[in-house]
Unconditional design. Structure first.
Length: 237
């Protein structure tokens, strides 16, 4: 699948501190509080403004908009202003659970995560581009890491989706979340690497906080595909 998937270590408490509470500040016309919070975390002015802009968009969200396509996606974006996030091309828990529903045991629905009741309907998985996916609570992160080590079936299932070295990136994301004691949120198109011209890659968040391992794997895959196509063209010429 042609999705640019990213994984964002964040706890429900950080969602409240970094998104839901600042969202209420913006709604109340107290944007200076957002910039003060950004400064407190050492955020550069450029990214502090991007952070504020994201919250402004969130504040304008209609109650009938899908949570996954609005607040859920914005939470993934704002996480990347505060700490690193991780990238894999086309591999997501949302796709795994469609094939193997038993993996839903590792995920927590938004209704159990958000600090206040939101009227927005939620799918709790990736349904299209620019969308949040599943959320693993801190306990579910440590459980999945343990099962990856101890349960050959879990390892086999995840290797089937996160192939060609990508499982190492997913484990890196899970390990980072576990070490921080936080959960892990997936989303699509927060970051969009350009495998042909990496310097033209884009992100709604802080591009420099995107871990490079998954991006390099994507570049290597595209390079190999191009070399294969070029080779076949030369053979036919």
């Amino acid at each position: 699948m042609g999705y640019d998937v990213s994984f964002h270590p964040i706890s429900p408490e950080e969602m409240r501190e970094w998104y839901f509470t600042p969202l209420s500040w913006v709604q109340q016309g107290q944007e200076e509080k957002v910039l003060a919070l950004a400064a407190q975390h050492g955020m550069e002015d450029f990214y502090a403004e991007k952070y504020l802009d994201t919250l402004r968009v969130g504040a304008g969200t209609e109650s009938d908009e899908l949570f996954d396509k609005s607040h859920g996606f914005y939470i993934a974006v704002i996480q990347g202003f505060f700490r690193d996030y991780y990238y894999t091309r086309g591999s997501a828990f949302s796709f795994l659970v469609e094939e193997k529903p038993e993996y839903a045991r590792y995920f927590t629905p938004w209704a159990q995560v958000t600090p206040t009741a939101f009227p927005n309907p939620a799918e709790n998985q990736i349904i299209e581009n620019y969308c949040s996916g599943v959320y693993l609570s801190p306990k579910q992160v440590t459980q999945l890491l343990r099962d990856l080590e101890q349960d050959p079936k879990v390892l086999e299932d995840l290797e089937g989706l996160w192939s060609n070295g990508q499982l190492a990136v997913l484990k890196k994301a899970l390990t980072a979340a576990a070490e921080l004691g936080v959960g892990l949120l997936e989303a699509t198109e927060v970051v969009e690497p350009n495998p042909i011209r990496p310097n033209e890659s884009t992100s709604y968040s802080n591009l420099y906080h995107c871990d490079r391992d998954g991006v390099y794997l994507y570049i290597d895959t595209v390079s190999a595909q191009l070399a294969d196509v070029t080779g076949k063209s030369e053979e036919q010429a």
